[in-house]
Write a protein that binds this ligand. Structure first.
Ligand code: ATP
Ligand code: MG
Length: 278
């Protein structure tokens, strides 16, 4: 179980047009994600959501403040953290199943090649791509490529999942399937673990998830808590708990007055503050 702590985070980028100037992408960001919690980050385009995930992933170091995981400062990427990037991040020279199998190899050297490929096929099937195992990324559609990246993340079974608008390019039907799959994995579905129980590894508990989305409904359905950021430079506008019990039946939930009230509240906050669309 992994807890994430972000303290007074600031990220400055060098200005594209003037090397002597800096652009502040994030400012004064402090929050904690308790182990096993599912947190969504919402905010307008350019407010620093991807930047925040990159810092949590150890891919970019903050200009000020710090990020720690279970009390240990993040200084680079780690095998405890799996990432789905906003842009597809598959190796173009590997087929779909090799991309997934390669991810599995990074986190578990004990599995044989045969076991890795079997596990890769299992997850490609779960994201509906069993017919595309031997296809290369540039022969897949954008949404299909993103599904391969999601299959790889889930197959890696890391303690922390960092997901940057993972379902944005996926059609509505597949999006629902993938959301349910993600929730099942997050809750510790035993069948899908890298280490089978007979290897003496304790029963999996919930993963810790930081999930970026533009979709308020998606954030409510999936999350325990929603953090809304202000436009650039991103600061925390509000943290909103999502109190609905799990497992959540989305059809029943979305028709409840509590859901509609929360949704309206978040929409109002977003549009009043930002004055523009998501
Ligand atoms: N490598 C970089 N160098 C300079 N500026 C950058 C760099 N990466 C991001 N930025 C700037 O930092 C700000 C935040 O960018 P970021 O990609 O984190 O936003 P975002 O919230 O993920 O946006 P979107 O919703 O469009 O994906 C933007 O103003 C962007 O132009
Ligand atoms: Mg982004």
């Amino acid at each position: 179980m992994h807890k994430i702590e972000v303290t007074d985070l600031q990220v400055d980028y060098q200005d594209y047009n003037n090397r002597n100037k800096h652009v502040t992408a994030l400012e004064g960001i402090s929050f904690t994600v308790p182990a096993g919690q599912f947190v969504s980050i919402i905010g307008s385009s350019g407010c620093g959501k991807s930047t925040l995930l990159s810092v949590l992933g150890g891919l970019y170091l903050p200009s000020r403040g710090k990020v720690s995981i279970n009390g240990v400062p993040v200084t680079g990427p780690g095998l405890d953290r799996g990432f789905v990037f906003q842009q597809y991040s598959l190796f173009p020279w590997m087929t779909a199943r090799k991309n997934v199998a390669f991810g599995i190899q990074q986190v578990n050297k004990r599995l044989s090649k045969k076991e890795r490929l079997k596990r890769a096929d299992h997850f490609l099937e779960k994201v509906g791509l069993e017919a595309s195992q031997d296809t290369y990324p540039d022969q897949l559609s954008g949404g299909m490529r993103q599904r391969v990246a999601i299959a790889r993340l889930l197959a890696m079974d890391t303690e922390i999942l960092l997901m940057d608008e993972p379902f944005a390019a996926v059609d509505a039907k597949n999006r629902t399937v993938l959301q349910d799959l993600l929730l099942s994995l997050w809750e510790g579905n035993q069948e899908d673990r890298v280490f089978p129980p007979d290897q003496g590894i304790p029963k999996r508990e919930r993963k810790t998830v930081v999930f970026v989305t533009h979709d308020i409904d998606e954030a409510i359905i999936l999350s325990d808590r929603i953090i809304m950021l202000t436009p650039s430079p991103g600061r925390i506008l509000r943290e909103t708990p999502v109190p609905f019990p799990r497992p959540r039946n989305r059809t029943v939930l979305m028709q409840s007055s509590e859901y509609m009230h929360l949704r309206k509240d978040l929409h109002t906050l977003f549009f009043n503050d930002f004055g523009s669309g998501i």
